[in-house]
Design a protein around this ligand. Sequence first.
Ligand code: 3H9
Length: 690
Amino acid sequence: MSDFVSVAKHGGVAVVTIDNPPVNAMSFHVREPLHQALAVLRDEPSVAAIVIACAGRTFVAGADITEFGKPVQQPELRAVIALLETIAKPTVAAIHGTALGGGLELALGCHFRVAGARAKLGLPEVKLGLLPGGGGTVRLPRLIGVEKALGMIVSGTPIGATEALEAGLVDAVLDGDLLARAVRFASEMAARGGPFTPVRDRNDRLAVADLAAFDRQAAELAKKARGHEAPIACAEAVRGAISLSFDEALAAERELFLKLVAGDQARAQRHLFFAEREAAKVPGKDLSRRKIARVGVIGAGTMGGGIAMAFANGGFPVTLLETSQEALQRGLTTIDRNYAVSVSRGSLTEAARQQRLGLFKGSTDYADLADCDLIVEAVFEEMAVKQEVFGKLDAVAKPGAILATNTSYLDVNAIAASTSRPQDVVGLHFFSPANVMKLLEIVRAEKTAPDALATVVELARRIGKVPVVVGVCHGFVGNRMLAARGAESEALLFEGATPSQIDKAFTEFGWPMGPFQMGDLAGLDIGWRNRKARGLTAVIADTLCEQGRFGQKTGSGFYRYENGFRTPVPDPEVEALIRAKAAEKGIARRAIDADEIIERTLYPLVNEGAKILEEKIAARASDIDVVWVNGYGFPVGKGGPMFWAGLEGAGKIVERLDHWHERTARPIFQPAPLLRRMAETGTWEAAVGG
Ligand code: 3H9
């Protein structure tokens, strides 16, 4: 029929196969022949039943995201599904891999859904700043009930085949040859005879829905949405499924979808979807990959333990090395406890915990690292210590093993130079807690071999991380920009802002928390020690540390934490300290508004990003966005600092940076030439190219 949709007859059952690699997205070139094929099969007397299946690794993974933001080409997905529902003979979706978004919506247009045991089904549109726009919010509640449907739609998290069977989302989980069994299922249904009720007409689960309970559940969701439009729109659409007729609810869903898809938040989230995938691509043709079977981790402290868990969670055997038996035991006990917590929370089964613990081998002898294919060092952040470790690794590691440092700031070229094999050395900057945080900055040193780099990038994805390749500079992409963001915080305090005012400006912008809350959470003593080592000061934070106020762990920092609670309470003592220090410096305090706070903290963040791009420390502006969203909590709905610069207007940012530079002469405010070019050209790509 077409390159993308074909029809084959298996007796009286027609199998319609979608073949649109890599993930069978519902592009226009699929929808058109699919619509035609279904129209023909509906009226074809020799066809008693229809199976919709997919070639390749997955069922339809959704609408084609690249088509959003462009004029819709007919037939749209909703028309294909509507046509499906006019078919009187049994229709069956045979689901392998993932049925996501528009893919699941297509399957909901069928009378029956059968799935392979490893299939996953979900409506992840919310993660793209959208709601299911192909009838998902109206049909799913009819099939599995309102409460469960709302949970799936608002979280965007797919469920497995067994759970889907229990919920009533699929009719059978079939082992073995899925297609052959789906054909048999369809033919049995045809033999049984109709009428077959389309999902749109199944109203019994909606009839028992409790609208008041729904509204309470939706109100809770709205509180958690923190400025995100999509979850709220999702709830509104599902409410429509209960309170409106099918057609009215479908129309209401469409209206909400169109509004979201054209909005900045959805644009930002689409940008991030593709940015993450782009960041994982290593330039260079036919790069081979090195085989990684066993991973070594040096250091069993918080960072090393977390890194070891991240690899074990990805199925890799790990050799964990410490300097003493006690330190090793402490590290292994913490790992054991962390897994036990996951079991008690229900996020890990006891069997999986045992399996993961079985992957660890502890050692205090470097010679035990000889069989590791990748060794990650997570020891004290000091060049001499790191170089000593790499010298030892050079002596024991097998030829071709990748040697990685988890440094957050140090020069990876200098670390590589302490070995005789700099081509095998790379930075793997994990974020704490390393078993949880998605971001992995992969530092490419001057001599890092392309195949070593490609290997760790691929490995990162295998263990569920979001990798971004960065170059060598102090603090790489994330921490270097963080320093630029933090540079004005103290000045703002001196000039009149309070910690809670600054944090509020951040949370209103969409950050999960502001810089002072963050500092209190991470522990103020870490930055204090770092500053002392580098001969730097931060008057307010240093004074708080001298008073033993290290943040949450000591019950006070920039805020007070009462009775062991984590809620920050503004502290008049801190405000008095700020006033006193400002008076000592002769600074007259004044009212500072949220706009000024954002200008003086986030514009330098963008500016530093531009410098990083200019210096080619990051390959693309979108890589910087991926770093900031996944590692530092930059609001996803704003797409990362570089995307946000476009929304905010690079011209405006340059103008305000010029203003603050004139007033303060501080280098963080001096606009990068690339930022000025971006203001002229309108995109980072054009600015870089120009
Ligand atoms: C939707 O359905 C809206 C409807 O409700 C309403 C419509 C009216 N479109 O992730 P991978 C590309 S919204 C276009 O590396 P994996 C991806 O960019 C959609 N392209 O593979 C990459 O390209 P490249 C709801 C897509 O095996 C390549 O495929 N659905 C799409 O790690 C491989 O992707 C979703 O949100 C797409 N829908 O993971 C699901 N999906 O090679 C989104 C992927 O050039 N997709 N690509 O870089 C996924 O979650 C994952 O891709 C999946 C496979 C789990 C399927």
